[in-house]
Design a protein around this ligand. Structure first.
Ligand code: CTP
Length: 393
């Protein structure tokens, strides 16, 4: 039977593809969504089929591609109604000026535009078109109308367009579309919570070309910020230098002192501070303005203590919850408990970084959450751990 899936618990995404050159990027979008184990349904317009064969999307999306409105001999099901039933999200990518125009004016002259009208949820549009077409008052008015009805847009980017001009019209990259789509599908149980999350290493300058840092990749803090953002929190990520991408409000810092000052700007209003960053405990006593020259003798670098950020905010806190991490190589529980007491934390997330699957630069972690009670967690993805930590709030 149409759409009967044996994968009932997977989230279902309806992907509408219209006829713009950016649809080559939608192949990558399909691949990313399939890898994340979503159940895809795809509708292509007739114009979209001129660019890429439906077979390509059927193969990439591991699903049937629908496009025809009328079938001879099919009387039991109405496809445009069936296709939007029970879906968790509906995205149009690329969304051409023509499709946006039809959607904003209630025109239902093919399967995709009919499915759009038959769906009563909020649709995500990823426009991709020539810059003049996008900035045209007709398109802008149509976009405003759709936004007013509660639909969302992931903005087109500035860049080189297929017509060989540079302007605003490039469809957003699939890696940027996926988190926005996932956010739409996430229950907003942290709405109105103001959460500060810190992530990554800090960098303490020695001279213009050298610095002290550590192995923190930032993955844990970014996972917490991402899940908080998807769950509707008013999140601020404060990050040291990492190679990770952020889709939510983020401030970047270098040193431990800068990190502390940045948190201080937002702390009074916050509901929680989650310190996943690995701030350097020491900084060079002298910061040289010029590169230190090599001499034929040992070099002694004197370090002075940095403030302990959590301890500083423990002294300032009123209603805020403080959550810290203890990355240990020995005596895990004892060291973590001492840190929790010393820093007056509500919770400490203890992890033994010598264990396989835990620690720096991996996508998983093995942790124990110590609050009033102790909860030992199995090996899990940093995303799942992020959710467990956010559940504490
Ligand atoms: N932390 C902090 N300020 C610092 C150093 C660490 O607020 N100057 C925070 C970390 O973000 C983490 C927690 O304190 O949430 C524990 O950090 P960790 O490096 O494990 O412990 P330290 O207190 O630095 O002690 P040690 O390095 O001796 O283990």
């Amino acid at each position: 039977m149409l759409l009967k899936s044996n994968l009932m618990n997977k989230k279902k995404i309806l992907l509408g593809i219209t006829g713009g050159i950016a649809l080559y990027k939608v192949l990558e979008l399909c691949s990313r969504l399939v890898k994340k184990d979503y159940d895809l349904r795809i509708i292509m317009t007739e114009n979209a089929k001129e660019f890429v064969s439906p077979l390509t999307f059927e193969t990439m999306g591991r699903t049937k591609v629908y496009s025809e409105m009328f079938h001879k001999g099919h009387h039991d099901l109405v496809e445009h109604i069936e296709l939007v039933k029970d879906i968790d999200a509906f995205i149009i990518a690329p969304a051409t000026a023509n499709f946006i125009g039809k959607a904003a004016n209630g025109i239902a002259d093919d399967l995709l535009s009919s499915a759009f009208l038959a769906y009563n949820g909020s649709v995500l549009f990823a426009p991709g078109m020539n810059d003049n077409m996008l900035s045209h008052p007709a398109t802008q008015k149509n976009i405003e109308q759709l936004k007013e009805w509660g639909h969302e847009f992931i903005e087109a980017q500035i860049g080189r367009l297929a017509c060989n001009t540079v302007g605003k019209g490039r469809m957003a990259e699939p890696e940027d579309i996926v988190p926005v789509l996932e956010k739409k599908m996430t229950v907003k149980d942290l709405r109105h919570k103001k959460i500060i999350v810190t992530a990554g290493p800090t960098v303490e300058r020695i001279d213009p070309v050298r610095y002290l840092t550590n192995d923190s990749s930032g993955k844990m803090g970014y996972a917490i910020a991402e899940q908080a953002w998807k769950r509707g929190a008013d999140v601020l990520l404060i990050s040291g230098p990492t190679s990770l991408k952020s889709h939510w409000p983020t401030e970047y810092i270098h040193s431990t002192n800068e990190l502390m000052r940045k948190i201080d700007e937002y702390f009074d209003d916050a509901d929680a501070l989650i310190m996943a960053a690995a701030p350097s405990d020491y900084r060079p006593k002298v910061r040289y303005d010029q590169k230190i020259k090599k001499k034929d003798q040992d070099l002694i670098l004197e370090l002075e203590e940095n403030p302990d950020i959590l301890m500083y905010f423990a002294g300032k806190k009123s209603h805020q919850k403080l959550i810290g991490f203890a990355a240990e190589t020995e005596n895990l529980m004892e060291n973590a408990r001492i840190k929790k007491e010393k820093k007056s934390l509500d919770y400490i997330i203890a992890n033994d970084i010598t264990q396989k699957g835990a620690g720096f630069n991996v996508d998983t972690n093995i942790c124990t959450i110590i609050g009033d009670d102790v909860e030992k967690l199995d090996l899990m993805s940093k995303k799942d751990l992020a959710d467990r930590i956010l559940d504490l709030l």
